[in-house]
Ligand binder design. Structure first.
Ligand code: HEM
Length: 480
């Protein structure tokens, strides 16, 4: 990539916005002896490919247990993928030498088919251009400006729960998907999307998510392997395109003053070229924001309800904070800053169950990480789920304890021992919005309801493109 004047200043701006991450430089000792990664070989010829396709999380857990602290090579047919979990190695990949780690095909190939060329999927100059254009829309200040809109959407959507209250059990995972879809649609498209368009879109997105999850690791299979579900996948992409492109065209004609993200995207101008986005770019960015926004937030919320139910002492403390700060009235932007324990609960839930539980990169050029030699073209897999549970960095890592995120304790940890929002220049652009939305939903639901897991319902993490409960989450709802 050609580095233009001002590029590094821009990088600083992008990094500076990531207030949670204290970036350090690469301190690996260049004179340290080179070493080979230990290899998990599996079966002859196919290696651990079947295990990767069946349950990637279980495979990664075993690899790290057998080779703690190391970069581990997983043999997948004729190629190797390298599993990276130690925070200092994660930091190198995401931050210190991030430009040598492209997005590649693992997980990104199917995502690219849906999102097209957007800030999430593009690389090099094209990524930098999109990120520079969009960064100003995602500051904490801009997110806060959406508080009133968020509260209104959440309040009207929560009415659905009144019917469930004191009735039979409901699937809280499904409810959280519906809720975050409404919120994300409202934030991106405002009132420009009617009910039937929203229903078509939601249906298509369900298929897209399922198919992306199924395809995440399939690029390791030979090209001639036919992937089932291809027709449904393409049809769902077409439905998404038709709905979103129609909205964009209408909005170009109808003028402004909607105060939603689509308006901000329409108004965005590159500071150098002064050009805005064409219809295709707008389509790709809005689909990206929608998909990136609701899936992850709904998974976070689902795990929060599960964990609160398992830890009544945490739930009591959370209720006490919400009672003390806002009682029964609707939350405002100023209240959110006071809901410190609520935020700690969310952060701790994202430690144990990070919605984006893994990330994939591909090496552009040969590299050496802490003495491990990695060849160009190698796939590198990072796993938040495992790094967030490493004994060297977390005291009693399996225990749900929001106090870990008390501000005085948070600064003592390696900054890459916790990266639910990624890290380095490509950290999550929607982080402020996601935390705000989650804080508001948790607060408004706790104000009204008490949720209880149905006894005996099995809960197990399913590692798809996000981490979700394999059998959903059956819960009953009581009015408080
Ligand atoms: C709890 C909620 C969320 C989680 C856990 C999450 C997680 C992540 C992670 C891990 C990345 C880094 C991907 C990588 O490095 O390859 C990322 C990137 C991104 N996220 Fe989020 N996200 C969340 C919510 C959101 C929301 C609400 C939006 C927008 C509405 C959003 C938009 C994006 C975009 C556009 C990127 C790509 C940034 C870039 O490559 O420059 N995310 N997110």
């Amino acid at each position: 990539m050609e580095i233009k004047e001002g590029y590094f200043e821009q990088q600083q701006t992008l990094k500076g916005a990531d207030t949670a991450q204290e970036h350090q430089t690469n301190h690996f000792d260049p004179s340290s002896t080179l070493k080979a990664c230990p290899v998990v070989r599996g079966y002859p010829f196919i290696g651990v490919l079947p295990k990767l396709l069946l349950n990637p999380l279980r495979l990664f857990q075993r690899a790290v247990k057998e080779h703690p602290g190391e970069i581990v090579a997983l043999k997948l047919g004729t190629v190797h993928a390298q599993l990276v979990t130690h925070p200092k190695h994660v930091q190198y990949v995401l931050n210190d030498n991030w430009q040598n780690f492209g997005k590649g095909e693992v997980m990104w190939k199917p995502i690219r088919q849906v999102m097209g060329k957007s800030v999430m999927t593009s690389e090099g100059e094209s990524w930098f251009h999109s990120r520079r254009l969009m960064q100003p829309m995602f500051t904490a200040h801009k997110a806060n400006a959406l508080t009133e809109r968020l509260v209104k959407i959440i309040a009207s959507d929560l009415a659905r729960f009144e019917k469930a209250a004191d009735g039979g059990a409901i699937d809280m995972e499904n409810e959280m998907v519906l809720l975050t879809q409404s919120v994300t649609l409202g934030v991106i498209f405002g009132s420009s999307i009617d009910r039937s368009e929203a229903e078509n879109l939601v249906e298509a997105l369900k298929i897209l998510n399922r198919e992306i999850s199924r395809r995440a690791f399939l690029c390791f299979l030979p090209k001639q392997f036919l992937i089932p579900g291809e027709r449904a996948f393409r049809k769902a992409i077409q439905t998404t395109d038709n709905t979103i492109v129609t909205i964009i065209r209408q909005r170009r004609q109808s003028g402004l003053n909607h105060g939603d993200l689509l308006e901000w995207l329409l108004l965005a101008r590159d500071e150098e070229s002064k050009t805005g986005m064409n219809d295709q770019q707008l389509r790709d960015e809005s689909v990206t924001l929608f998909l990136a926004g609701y899936e992850t937030t709904s998974a976070t919320l689902t795990w929060i309800w599960y964990l609160l139910n398992k830890h009544p002492e945490v739930e009591r403390k959370l209720r006490a904070e919400i009672d003390a700060v806002i009682g029964k009235r609707q939350p405002t932007c100023a209240d959110v800053a006071e809901l410190r324990y609520t935020k700690m609960v969310i952060q701790e839930a994202m430690r144990l169950y990070p919605p984006g539980w893994f990330l994939a990169r591909v090496l552009q050029e040969d590299d050496v990480i802490d003495g491990y030699v990695l060849k160009a073209g190698t796939t590198v897999l990072l796993c938040q789920y495992l790094t967030h549970r490493l004994h060297e960095f977390w005291d009693r890592p399996e225990v749900f304890d929001p106090e870990r995120f008390a501000p005085e304790d948070s600064t003592l940890r390696h900054s890459y021992s916790y990266f639910p929002f990624g890290g380095g220049p490509r950290y999550c652009i929607g982080k402020h919005l996601a935390l705000l939305e989650t804080q508001l939903i948790v607060t408004m639901m706790v104000q009204k309801y008490r949720l209880r897991c149905v006894p005996g319902h099995p809960v197990e993490a399913l590692p798809g493109i996000t981490l979700r409960p394999r059998y959903g989450l059956r819960m009953t709802v009581e009015l408080v």
